[in-house]
Ligand binder design. Structure first.
Ligand code: NDP
Ligand code: N5H
Length: 257
């Protein structure tokens, strides 16, 4: 079996900068020979994403603006992708957002607006993009989303984002059930903590990383490249029998009691 992604096209959503997990995924897919399509939330990130993609040798990438809170924009984006490339083979969804004030203190204080915002961007966005993207996967395909342990158990400060990730994890499974009959697999990677733009400004992040270094079975944190390679596995035929699964790329931290 040939596991090269030569001749295949993947949409990568959520590159903000070179530290983004989405960028780690883009690099792994590029190295495997895939053609890449990038989407970004608004034009603030257009040039940075284009500059990064330029560094991928021989890559003839395409770029689209796609704010996932806007149904019309999501369906227009995939209509344009269909027009420009026809078939796609997969999608990496690396998008989340919650108000900063909801990522500290107690979950019980979450406002209705903050709760809905976190769920809208971090969970429903997978549903709306899967619906728009799956019809383009005419040769079968894969969808991968990024989740975190805080959706499975209570993790200090993760708060509303943990509840949104629980919703994302369940959405991933229901989507896997709906889309499986069309040859589309849907899976999630639960990544260990990585210092990215989203993690910036989060109090205590250093101590979270230190705890992983001290306690995780591998006694270290993980990298964007390691997440990227697991996404490559999930988006390639290597994982052709796997759907509705959460793979923990977290140096084994989740097995600890
Ligand atoms: P980044 O800050 O690099 O990426 C977050 C991305 O979310 C940004 O690219 C941002 O797009 C995008 N986004 C936010 N709002 C919208 C919107 N309305 N429409 C479209 N895109 C939007 O952080 P990470 O790489 O860390 O995050 C990627 C994923 O990984 C998230 O789901 C996160 O929860 C998950 N994760 C991260 C971990 C970590 O430790 N870093 C651990 C486990 C999971 P733009 O830049 O265009 O605004
Ligand atoms: C237990 C923790 C630490 C506490 C919680 C962190 C949660 C982070 C996730 C969300 C996505 C961060 C977030 O929405 C930040 C925004 O409020 C402010 N940042 C921005 O607007 C920047 C500019 C843009 C690019 O960010 C986004 N998201 O659009 C969890 C950590 C140990 C692990 C972790 C960091 C998990 C995760 O899900 O990211």
């Amino acid at each position: 079996m040939n596991f090269s992604l030569e001749g295949r096209t993947y949409v990568v959503m959520g590159v903000a900068n070179k530290r983004s997990i989405a960028w780690g995924i883009a690099r792994s897919l590029h190295e495997a020979g895939a053609r890449l399509i990038f989407t970004y939330a608004n034009d603030r990130f257009e040039q940075p994403v284009k500059d990064l993609a330029e560094t991928l040798e021989g890559q003839n990438a395409l770029f689209y603006e796609c704010d996932v809170t806007n149904d019309q924009e999501v369906s227009n984006t995939f209509a344009k992708i269909k027009q420009d490339v026809g078939t796609i083979h997969g999608l990496a969804h690396c998008i989340a957002f919650a108000n900063k004030e909801d990522l500290q203190g107690e979950f019980v204080d979450t406002s209705r607006d903050g709760f809905l915002l976190a769920h809208n961007i971090s969970s429903y966005s997978l549903v709306v993009t899967a619906k728009a993207a799956a019809p383009l996967m005419t040769e079968g395909g894969g969808i991968v989303t990024l989740t975190y342990l805080g959706g499975e158990r209570v993790v200090k400060n993760y708060n509303v984002m943990g509840v949104a990730k629980a919703s994302l994890d369940a959405s991933m499974k229901y989507l896997a059930n709906d889309l499986g009959k069309h040859g589309v697999r849907v899976n999630a990677i639960s990544a260990g903590p990585i210092r990215t733009l989203s993690a910036k400004g989060i109090g205590d992040f250093n101590s979270v990383l230190k705890k992983i270094e001290e306690e995780a079975p591998l006694r270290r944190t993980i990298t964007q490249e390691e997440v990227g390679d697991s996404a490559y596995y999930l988006l390639s035929d290597l994982s052709r029998g796997v759907t509705g699964e959460i793979i923990h790329v977290d140096a084994g931290y989740n097995i600890l009691g």
